[in-house]
Design a protein around this ligand. Structure first.
Ligand SMILES: [Zn+2]
Length: 115
């Protein structure tokens, strides 16, 4: 990947990371506010909402981790390379998922059920 493309993806990744961090912070503020309102809220719906937040936070954690790894790869100059087979990941795939780690072949291989 050339430096110009890498710089663009770096910008994209940094933006995405900021978005997720802002969202996580907003959720945290909401959670803190809920403690104050307390008994006013129906407990059942509160619990399911909390579970949803928890799942969301877990997915965000993974994405944040992938983004920081991708940024590290840009610094090292091996961004856009499959972590499994070292081939160059097609630009279209990187555009769809800028923090993608594997080429389509390796991804499919990993997701295929084991015999
Ligand atoms: Zn691969």
């Amino acid at each position: 990947m050339n430096k110009k493309d890498a710089a663009q993806f770096k910008k994209l990744l940094t933006q995405r990371r900021t978005e997720i961090l802002n969202k996580v912070n907003a959720q945290k503020e909401r959670d803190d506010a809920e403690i104050i309102v307390g008994d006013e809220i129906d407990t059942a719906s509160q619990n399911s909402e909390k579970e949803m937040y928890f799942e969301l936070a877990a997915a965000d954690k993974i994405t944040l981790n992938d983004i920081s790894d991708a940024l590290a790869k840009i610094e090292k100059g091996d961004y856009g390379t499959c972590e499994c087979c070292n081939c160059a990941i097609p630009l279209e795939r990187i555009k769809a998922i800028p923090w993608v780690r594997y080429c389509i072949q390796c991804q499919e291989e990993a997701e295929r059920p084991k015999k």
